[in-house]
Design a protein around this ligand. Structure first.
Ligand SMILES: [Zn+2]
Ligand SMILES: [Zn+2]
Length: 311
């Protein structure tokens, strides 16, 4: 499952009340066509942020109403996320006992297969966490047109209840991150983030410091290019596991890497980590150096290749 997490969106933990939904997943739509399938994925990010803004600032709710969203490019967006009450289904029991997903599309739009697959992946993800596999439409709970006739037919014919095509439990999921034109100056002996501004083929609007998320076994290879190093200078890379709330930090592993011979003070370093990332946690990477030269040491670029095996 390709998850866009709350931390990806710059959101803290949800302030919604805790609950333990176990009954299944309820499908929703937007009342009007959004045209997101024909736009860049960044439009989905804007849509999700403005939906939350509307729910919080206009409706006065504790958070965005939905547990999750599924976009036409195949991403699952975290809304309230796991173990929270919904404000989507229209009944107290529905909001307490069921998860919700909205398809970010309207009555005149047919979901592309990537979007259908995102809902299937989400259903599998929930089922791995003890949630029943039932799929319902919003209109099964209360009088509403939601999720529209197109999606409701798909709820009824079991389209969303099939297993996701991109998902095979033995197959690792592979993600690639790149940081370009970074120009991050690193004072001697001080740790700095390794940032990324590209995920897969997608340019990010801002730097992302985190890769992967749990629960998953991972193999993460990180490469960086530094300029300004004195010959033979020692460089250290560190991987840190970060909790979902971002405030409990635990140093996973730290490695010293001796600089290879290089000219012009430029050198490339890589290291591979493997381990387990617990539920919701992410990995960040740090770099420092012990160069004694006069040149400022600058992080020019970064690359990360991450394979995860969900469990
Ligand atoms: Zn609805
Ligand atoms: Zn999208």
């Amino acid at each position: 499952m390709q998850l866009v997490s709350r931390s990806d969106l710059g959101w803290g933990a949800s302030g919604a009340d805790s609950a333990n939904p176990t009954q299944g997943l309820v499908v929703h739509y937007d009342g009007s066509d959004q045209g997101l399938a024909g736009k860049a994925h960044s439009a989905c990010v804007s849509y999700w942020k403005s939906t939350r803004d509307f729910h919080v600032n206009t409706n006065g709710w504790a958070d965005i109403g939905y547990s999750f969203g599924a976009c036409p490019h195949g991403y699952v967006f975290e809304g309230r996320g796991l173990k929270k009450y919904q404000a989507a289904q229209g009944t107290t029991a529905g909001n307490r006992d069921w998860y919700s997903v909205t398809l970010m599309s309207g009555p005149g739009e047919k979901p592309p297969s990537a979007q259908v697959n995102a809902v299937r992946d989400l259903r599998s993800y929930l089922m791995q966490r003890g949630v029943a596999g039932a799929v319902r439409g919003h209109r099964d709970f209360t009088s509403t047109t939601c999720p529209g006739n197109t999606l409701y037919r798909m709820v009824e014919d079991g389209t969303f209840s099939k297993s996701g095509e991109s998902k095979d439990d033995d197959m690792p999921e592979h993600r690639r991150y790149r940081g370009r034109d970074l120009d991050v100056r690193i004072p001697r002996g001080e740790w700095r983030y390794v940032p990324f501004n590209q995920r897969g083929s997608q340019r990010l609007d801002s730097f992302d410091y985190s890769v992967a998320f749990g629960p998953a076994q991972f193999v993460a290879s990180v490469g960086i290019r530094l300029a300004g190093l004195a010959p033979g200078a020692e460089v250290q890379l560190r991987a840190v596991e970060v909790s979902a709330s971002g405030d409990a930090w635990e140093i996973a592993q730290s490695y010293a890497i001796n600089s290879p011979q290089h000219t012009n003070g430029r050198a490339h370093f890589t290291h591979t980590w493997n381990g387990n990332c617990v539920d919701g946690n992410r990995l960040r990477f740090y770099v420092t150096h012990f160069s004694t030269g006069d040149e400022p040491v600058v992080l020019e670029s970064s690359d990360a290749s991450v394979h995860t095996w969900s469990y």
